[in-house]
Design a protein around this ligand. Structure first.
Ligand SMILES: N[C@@H](CCC(=O)N[C@@H](CS)C(=O)NCC(=O)O)C(=O)O
Length: 210
């Protein structure tokens, strides 16, 4: 299987991490993030011109969470996407929640406070940061309560943990403190200690100077 991948993309990061976790080897087709929009090869497999895109023989799939679920179907023995309806529904609940609520709030703060400075894209929009930080703090409280004493958000390690983790990659340079969130803090350290995550995350650590 081939993955159209940008090393710096958080959406690609979660796919690379899940593939490593499942022991699935992907042939990487490198796409520069800045030129993704005008990359004809990418547009040929994804009309949105966005990464990641998975190509499995004649089957093409985009959207990182859908790709991860498809990869899980190749290794059901690893149980990263449970089959039991309620267990699966809860994993999907957190996948949607990350995509729609926590992710956008955290990513906006990280972009404004860190990515813009790193790539000289101008000063942060302070009003936007204030609004999104408020959202992020509200959602992080939800996450803290839900985790409680669980090691993983759906008890067992799942694709939801990898999706959620990609939201936290710039928390330190973006000054998003987890000091008041002991369950979230323990969970992200647990996830970041996994070999799969470390391998997938290494290019970002190196290139973004984390
Ligand atoms: N919802 C999509 C988002 C994909 C996405 O936004 N990819 C970004 C990289 S993180 C991209 O390709 N950006 C290039 C562009 O928009 O030109 C997913 O989860 O796969």
């Amino acid at each position: 299987m081939k993955l159209y991948n940008s090393d710096l993309s958080p959406n690609c990061l979660r796919v690379r991490a899940v593939a490593f976790e499942l022991g699935i080897e992907l042939e990487m087709i490198g796409v520069g993030l800045a030129s993704a929009g005008s990359n004809e090869l990418l547009r040929a497999v994804n009309p949105n011109s966005k990464v990641p895109v998975l190509v499995d023989e004649d089957f093409v799939l985009w959207e990182s969470r859908a790709i991860n679920n498809y990869l899980c179907s190749k290794r059901p023995d690893r149980n990263l996407l449970p089959v039991e309806p309620r267990a699966r529904a809860l994993v999907e609940q957190w996948l949607y929640w990350q995509a729609i609520h926590l992710g956008p709030a955290m990513q906006t703060v990280a972009f404004e406070r860190f990515v813009k400075a790193r790539f000289e894209l101008g000063p942060p929009d302070t009003a936007l940061v204030e609004a999104k930080l408020k959202d992020a703090q509200k959602f992080l409280q939800v996450f803290e309560q839900a985790l409680g004493k669980r090691p993983w958000i759906a008890d067992e390690l799942s694709v939801a943990d990898f999706a959620l983790a990609s939201t936290f990659i710039y928390r330190k340079p973006a000054d998003i403190s987890l000091a008041q969130l002991p369950a979230v803090s323990a969970w992200i350290h647990r996830l970041e200690a996994r070999d799969s995550w470390r391998q997938a995350f290494a290019p970002i650590v190196e290139r973004m100077g984390l």
